[in-house]
Design a binder for this molecule. Structure first.
Ligand code: GLU
Length: 424
């Protein structure tokens, strides 16, 4: 009986990230009083390019990869957002991710619209040179629609500063001028910014600190679980550990580690591979699903979409959930958790530190004048504290959850800019 009930619950819930994003966009625009035409404009990207990329593999065979680039809305300015390399990338996912980038830019008030790219591939099974050929092939395929004042890519899941370097080099060769501002998340020697690598985790840390204050939870000694040990999750584990919190659980794509007495974060950071895999070194592991339901004060999903759903929302023990990943909690789960009094700091706010420092990187590239790490950190701190407060107060005054509040704050700028341009 119980099992059946659970199953029907799961099948009823819509896990399509594009459709669930559209549902919240509609609600946000309705609350802001915009007409239907604005929703019609905002519900899909303005442009979506699908490309096929032939890559010569090391064994001389040729493999054809499929890639995407979505540009959600460029009324405010050029579109901006990362490129994801992952076997599960889909067209709808890339579209939703581009909408989230518009929201992030709106929330932290950057002069950008949202964009996103993705390639269906598994970089864990590709060699260094195969990855280089794929990265360069992708840039050649999308080069007509991207550019420093059109659409500026960046890293995302399983892409890093080396991939950004190849992409910048390929773009600069095609255009025949050095274009560091074409892409962000580059190595420092190629015009990268101090603080970009740790920016997403820094932003999440600021949101955790602010959320803990609101909930009256002392960060020192707080029990923290982080799902995912990639760029966001691993640096976050370090920052939480440094802040005196007790990191009791982490995971990678394969399994999770949980110890109520606290994990040895230094050791885990030292032993993780470049994809964030570390649990293979341990015998005593639990599953990702078990980790999410484990006892803790603060839960940070920092991996992939649809991790907290109607199926497990009732079992979550945390008082605060701060979303470092894009789209980890479904709309249904958000409702259930909010009713239970759990404070959810949504992805479009909590993970906006990355794009914020990407913006700083782009500004520095455009100026040809570079800032110190302290300057970057101070500016990031100012922006995120202000943005958190803005979303929190919007939620409070409207008596809505922070996700809907963040969507309202985030979509307003693109909607207004589209109206002034006479598009709607
Ligand atoms: N991929 C990151 C995100 O989802 C960063 C995007 C950027 O830096 O442009 O926010």
């Amino acid at each position: 009986m119980g099992e059946k009930h659970e199953e029907s619950n799961q099948t009823m819930e819509n896990l399509n990230v594009l459709q669930s994003t559209q549902a919240v966009i509609r609600e946000a625009l309705d609350k802001l009083g915009y007409p239907e035409s604005v929703y019609e404009l905002m519900k899909e990207p303005l442009r979506m390019l699908t490309v096929r990329i032939p890559v010569r593999m090391d064994d001389e065979s040729v493999k054809i990869f499929t890639g995407f680039r979505a540009q959600h809305n460029d009324a405010v300015g050029p579109t901006k957002g990362g490129i994801r390399f992952h076997p599960d990338v889909t067209e709808d996912e890339v579209k939703a991710l581009s909408i989230w980038m518009s929201l992030k830019s709106g929330i932290v008030d950057l002069p950008y619209g949202g964009g996103k790219g993705g390639i269906i591939c598994d970089p864990r099974e590709m060699s260094f040179r195969e990855l280089e050929r794929l990265s360069r092939g992708y840039v050649r395929a999308v080069s007509q629609i991207v550019g420093p004042s059109k659409d500026i890519p960046a890293p995302d899941v399983f892409t890093n500063s080396q991939i950004m370097a190849w992409m910048m080099d390929e773009y600069s060769r095609i255009k025949e001028f050095d274009s560091p501002g074409f892409i962000t998340g580059k190595p420092l020697v190629l015009g990268g910014s101090h603080g970009r690598e740790t920016a997403t985790a820094k932003g999440v840390t600021i949101c955790i600190r602010e959320a803990a204050k609101k909930k009256g939870i002392e960060l020192k000694g707080a029990r923290v679980i982080i799902q995912g040990f990639g760029n966001a999750g691993s640096f976050l584990a370090k920052f939480m550990h440094d802040a005196g919190a007790n990191v009791i659980g982490i995971s990678d794509a394969y399994a999770a580690l949980y110890d109520p007495n606290g994990l040895d974060i230094e050791y885990l950071l030292d032993r993780r591979d470049s994809f964030g895999t570390v649990t293979k070194l341990f015998k005593n592991t639990i599953t990702n699903a078990e980790l999410l339901e484990s006892e803790c004060d603060i839960l940070v999903p920092a991996a992939i979409e649809n991790q907290i759903t109607a199926k497990n929302a009732h079992q979550i023990k945390a008082d605060i959930i701060v979303e470092a990943a894009n789209g980890p909690t479904t709309n249904e789960a958000t409702k259930i958790l909010t009713e239970r009094g759990v404070l959810i700091v949504p992805d479009v706010l909590a993970s906006a530190g990355g794009v914020t420092v990407s913006y700083f990187e782009w500004v520095q590239n455009n100026q040809g004048y570079y800032w110190s790490e302290e300057e970057v950190e101070r500016k990031l701190e100012d922006i995120l504290v202000k943005s958190f407060e803005n979303v929190y107060q919007t939620a409070k005054s409207r008596k809505i959850d922070m996700r809907l509040a963040a969507y309202m704050v985030g979509v307003r700028k693109a909607a207004e800019a589209s109206r002034f341009r006479g598009w709607v």
